[in-house]
Write a protein that binds this ligand. Structure first.
Ligand code: NAD
Length: 260
């Protein structure tokens, strides 16, 4: 399978390239990053410290791959998605922070012509956590729910895409709408309402990604926590998603489809 990587010079892009280079059934077919990236033209394998792969870092996708994987930034994601739609190339998207309009374009325009998988978190553990919080929310009516996420200092979007997804699952399970969400608290905010769900974002150092959902009642609290200690889990999940996606028809898919 010939795989192109978008955001190829970034932390996740480099992991993807290293993993593709070590996979017997995969070949790197393209490495795309910002058109003004200082490493443009350098061998993508050398940049990812896995040795020459004969694929230079480029400002856009040129050769048609079998599948593309994007871990970049929302503006780049939409550009790559339009290009993949034009070329008929399935696309795995791990980039977070997409706006409602960007997600709508992916769902309505792009996914009509190609298979697109959109997942804020590709790890098996987080996808199980998404299910577990639904179970806990239904089983603990009246408990106060809060979400805490922590990521490395370079992360650009807050709260994380995974925290947003956790919040969406909780809203659905509890029958509340988006107005119940708060993003941190400051000042004399008064007592907590029973409806609100606050999301708190911590940033620092090299934290790969932690997510905790707290269900607090009278006399007890339940905390469900996932901690990623390596980006490897996300990269492995993205390759699993790519193998799944090349066998699908046009449409919008999630990790739940991949993991069954
Ligand atoms: P990073 O900042 O290390 O890398 C992002 C890369 O995208 C950089 O090389 C940057 O130059 C490139 N880029 C930015 N704008 C671009 C443009 N207009 N055109 C082409 N390339 C562009 O970030 P990262 O840690 O690798 O994360 C990238 C994205 O993946 C983030 O949105 C992050 O939240 C998300 N992420 C998702 C998962 C998941 O499991 N879905 C896991 C980790 C990270």
């Amino acid at each position: 399978m010939r795989v192109a990587v978008s955001g190829a010079a970034g932390a996740m892009g480099q992991r993807m390239i290293a993993l593709i280079a070590s996979a017997p059934d995969m070949e790197l077919a393209g490495a795309v990053d910002r058109p003004d990236h200082p490493d443009l033209g350098k061998d993508a394998g050398v940049l990812a410290r896995v040795g020459e792969l004969g694929v230079p870092l480029a400002g856009e996708l040129t050769d048609k791959p079998d599948v593309a994987i994007d871990f970049s930034a929302p503006a780049a994601t939409l550009a790559v998605a339009r290009q993949c739609a034009g070329m008929g190339v399935p696309l795995v998207i791990g980039t977070t922070g997409l706006s409602g309009e960007e997600r709508a374009e992916l769902a309505e325009a792009v996914a009509c012509s190609i298979p697109v998988l959109l997942a804020a978190n590709m790890s098996l553990g987080v996808n199980l956590l998404l299910r577990l919080v639904e179970v806990a929310a239904s089983a603990l009516p009246g408990y106060d729910v809060e979400i805490i996420e922590a990521h490395h200092r370079r992360k650009k979007d807050a709260p994380s895409g995974t925290a947003r997804e956790l919040a969406n699952r909780l809203l659905q399970a509890l029958g509340r709408d988006e107005e119940a969400l708060l993003y941190g608290r400051e000042g004399t905010v008064g007592a907590r309402t029973s409806e609100e769900i606050a999301i708190h974002a911590v940033r620092g150092g090299d934290i790969v990604g932690d997510h905790t959902v707290i269900f607090a009642g009278e006399g007890e609290r339940l905390e469900l926590t996932h901690r990623a200690s390596s980006r490897e889990v996300f990269a492995q999940g993205a390759l699993r998603a790519a193998r799944f996606l090349v066998q699908q028809g046009p449409g919008l898919y999630s990790m739940a489809d991949v993991l069954g």
